[in-house]
Design a protein around this ligand. Structure first.
Ligand SMILES: *[C@@H]1O[C@H](CO)[C@@H](O)[C@H](O)[C@H]1NC(C)=O
Ligand SMILES: *[C@@H]1O[C@H](CO)[C@@H](O)[C@H](O)[C@H]1NC(C)=O
Ligand SMILES: *[C@@H]1O[C@H](CO)[C@@H](O)[C@H](O)[C@H]1NC(C)=O
Ligand SMILES: *[C@@H]1O[C@H](CO)[C@@H](O)[C@H](O)[C@H]1NC(C)=O
Length: 301
């Protein structure tokens, strides 16, 4: 009997951090009948994966589209522990999730994956003088999941420093942020936008007006240039969405490979604090003495 090659289509859709959708599609030969004609769901709150496979077994038969059926979204009375750890095998459980439709099993998975297929391509360029740059296409690493544009405006005294970068991005948490770190003398405003089709990051970033109304919260304020010591000189009133205090003392390596050491205390938006060591997206932190955020004090009337 002739050896029939089983041909195989494979669809992989991955939703990370709420509003990002990553899709991949593969056609290939297949040696494992258990992979055939499956419709799998793994739902972990932040990251939700839906995989549909179809198989067939005549020469070159795998040339059709996969029809993705509507998922049954009705809760089915079952619960699983839920958590998601990116770049980590540790997943800190933050409660339970209600299972839906045919989801009758709980999953507990900690793996490192190497992606197959071709990599994403993103525009790449950077400038320290303009609020935009014209990039050239660049093939990303396999672990890059989106293209990113980052606009960073820093005001030190009456000087304004601009940095603009387009690149590949491996961290969904850096995407679509608009954050502020305000330390009296030094004020940084960073806006990022992500997208995930080839060379999609070629647009201008529109910077929205910042809400400048004081919000009744206070943070200690100081700025130390070339120093990890920041001598507190009182309090600053937080404005708009700045509900956190930030305390940062780091050395950064900038895109032109120069290094810069500073310390700062002041008000920040919560987005700034969720980024941790990637708080300055366009630069790499080479030494971190302090990087803390905490809820800002309310002014007692
Ligand atoms: C959807 O899932 C619920 C809960 O498991 C089940 O009762 C219902 O019959 C399902 N509906 C369909 C159309 O399959
Ligand atoms: C992605 O890959 C690049 C190069 O292989 C590496 O420098 C970077 O640290 C990786 N990022 C993550 C999040 O693994
Ligand atoms: C800032 O502005 C003041 C007054 O406009 C000026 O005297 C001073 O030289 C400026 N400082 C810098 C660093 O440009
Ligand atoms: C601006 O910030 C203040 C203080 O947080 C808030 O009360 C107000 O609703 C904000 N205005 C807008 C337009 O978001």
């Amino acid at each position: 009997m002739a050896n029939h090659v089983m041909l195989f289509g494979f669809l992989f859709a991955f939703l990370a951090t709420g509003n990002q959708t990553l899709t991949s599609f593969t056609r290939s030969c297949n040696d494992d009948p258990y992979r055939c004609d499956k419709d799998l769901q793994m739902v972990g709150g932040i990251q939700n994966t839906f995989i549909t496979t179809t198989c067939c077994n005549t020469d070159n038969c795998n040339k059709h589209e996969i029809q993705v059926s509507e998922h049954n979204n009705t809760v089915n009375g079952r619960l699983c522990e839920v958590c998601y750890g990116l770049d980590s095998y540790n997943c800190n459980i933050n409660g339970y999730i209600e299972c839906r439709g045919d989801q009758t099993d709980c999953v507990d998975i900690a793996v490192t994956l190497e992606k197959i297929g071709s990599s994403l391509t993103c525009m790449q360029c950077s400038t320290v003088s303009e609020t935009s740059c014209r990039g050239a296409p660049h093939v990303c690493n396999k672990n890059d999941t989106s293209c990113i544009d980052i606009l960073e405006i820093t005001k030190v005294g009456n000087q304004t420093l601009i940095g603009f970068t387009r690149s590949c991005n491996d961290d969904p948490y850096r995407c679509d942020k608009d954050f502020q770190m305000v330390g009296g003398i030094k004020n940084t405003f960073i806006t990022t936008t992500c997208c995930n089709t080839d060379n999609c990051n070629k647009h201008e970033i529109q910077v929205s007006e910042h809400n400048n109304t004081v919000n009744g919260r206070l943070c200690e304020v100081c700025y130390g240039m070339d120093s990890y010591n920041c001598n507190i000189n009182g309090y600053i009133q937080c404005r708009g969405d700045q509900t956190e205090c930030v305390d940062i003392a780091v050395t950064l390596e900038k895109i032109d490979s120069s290094t810069f050491t500073f310390s700062l205390k002041g008000c920040a938006t919560p987005d700034a604090c969720t980024l941790g060591p990637k708080i300055i997206p366009a630069a790499k932190i080479t030494e971190e003495k302090r990087l803390l955020c905490y809820r800002a004090h309310r002014i007692v009337q």
